[in-house]
Design a protein around this ligand. Sequence first.
Ligand code: HEC
Length: 193
Amino acid sequence: MKKITVISLLAVTAIYAVNKEPKKEMPPIVKEGVGYIKMMGKELKMNMKKHMKADKSGVAAAKFCSQKATTIAQEVSKKYPKGVRVYRTSLKVRSDANKPDETDKKVLENLQKEMDSKTFVKKPTVVKLEDGKTRVYVPLLVEKACVKCHGDTSKMNPEVKKIINERYPNDKAIGFKEGDLRGVIVAEMPNKK
Ligand code: HEC
């Protein structure tokens, strides 16, 4: 009887740790970064969903992504405090404009290693840069909807493929499967003295 109590208590503690601890322990700078990332993510996702719903082939959404996503990102950026920058990057980029820098690469490689060794847990990674800026990285996993434009090219809608090929001749962001690490969304914040 005593043994059972101990085990069930342990189980409860474990659930508590998973559900509550990451949020509770998040330092203010991480919370701030995650907030900026959510602002951007929400806006992009909302627009993407709208286009996907209107046109299930993904053609309208692909056009949207390649033409309007940057404009929307710029609009959202205006709402951030001065010096805050939010961007997306990956080890396999579609757009050359989204190439990772050395710090991004290190974080991405580390996340990919965690994925490969099945030790990955979805949580922010925080990096303090030499110049005092802080970056918060949130991993982006491939969901079902992403595969339409980042999956197996032989299964992609030909029109979507055409739009992407024309616009991104160096595209490396293909061949992803659901659950893969697609990349990260990053919030960079200035040094606060
Ligand atoms: C309708 C097609 C489409 C869908 C669906 C789509 N993407 Fe993309 N994705 C694009 C295009 C086009 C770009 C290049 C945008 C640019 O020029 O910045 C891109 C760029 C990205 C980038 C920036 C890095 C890079 O490769 O240039 C990330 C990260 C990304 N997508 C993740 C996702 C995730 C995660 C999903 C699913 C939730 C998703 N995408 C769904 C078309 C799509």
